[in-house]
Design a protein around this ligand. Structure first.
Ligand code: UYC
Length: 229
């Protein structure tokens, strides 16, 4: 009913993150009228950095099969809700699309590939990053990749989430592995089948950094100047 829609709309605009999170799926179940409220919400907030609440709203509109929704996105958010800024001319559009669809395993692979691409042809050929590649990684690009992960995972995934947990553990790697589900007791989680490729994973579970060649790449990632605000 009109009354119900209006109260959901008010709560979506003014409510806490928790309230907003509950309202978005309710609006998703209300067809076109619900979609219109979500679209208005996205437009209203487009001048401030996207949060995972925007990500949730965006995903509902994206996953709807209404022609108006498709047109709305093509007109207003042709490249998604995270600005795909790069200091080296790399396109993050494909990563944006995988993450919007929450295809986390494919997105994880593409993240490594894109980071190799940023580092240059030698790294692309090698297929894995040196810690020096990460030290030289442009701030803008690392922030874009991280922002995409955050926004499309309800704030659960991303290097900055891993960093926050790691700092909270006094920079203890062993405890980090357990906390983010990369190790259980003495056993490393095996790639790819033992990892959890959806939002039921522990916070910070993704994106992965292979530890086969040591911790230095991960250390460079979590110590990167991109995280100094
Ligand atoms: N793998 O175990 N990993 C691979 C992880 C380790 C191994 C790729 C993460 C421990 C081998 C990714 C963990 C280990 C390959 C990850 C993990 C190990 C491989 C694909 C928990 C053995 C085949 C991208 C820390 C005891 C490729 C890539 C190769 C691949 C991720 C083995 C993303 C987070 C120490 C043999 N593992 N990896 O980097 O290089 O290849 O031989 O971390």
């Amino acid at each position: 009913t009109a009354n119900n829609i209006d109260s959901l709309r008010q709560n979506l605009i003014a409510g806490s993150q928790k309230v907003q999170q509950q309202i978005i799926p309710q609006l998703a179940n209300l067809g076109n009228e619900g979609l219109e409220v979500l679209q208005e919400f996205l437009l209203k907030r487009r001048d401030t950095p996207a949060t995972w609440i925007d990500g949730n709203a965006y995903q509902v509109v994206y996953n709807s099969d209404a022609p108006t929704a498709k047109e709305f996105l093509e007109t207003n958010f042709p490249e998604g809700i995270v600005p795909l800024k790069s200091d080296c001319g790399i396109s993050y559009n494909s990563l944006q699309q995988l993450l919007t669809r929450q295809e986390f395993q494919a997105a994880d692979l593409l993240t490594i590939q894109k980071m190799c691409e940023v580092a240059g042809p030698t790294t692309v050929q090698r297929k894995w990053l040196y810690f020096t590649d990460v030290d030289n990684f442009p701030i803008q690009d690392l922030r874009t990749i991280n922002h995409l992960w955050l926004v499309h995972s309800e704030g659960k995934f991303g290097f900055s989430v891993q960093r926050e947990i790691w700092l909270g553990l006094g920079k203890n790697w062993i405890n980090l592995w357990t906390k983010i589900g990369w190790k259980s007791g003495n056993n490393w989680t095996r790639y790819p089948h033992e990892f959890t490729w959806d939002l039921s994973a522990p916070r910070g579970h993704l994106p992965l950094s292979n530890q086969l060649r040591g911790v230095r790449v991960m250390s460079s990632l979590l110590n990167h100047p991109a995280w100094n605000t």
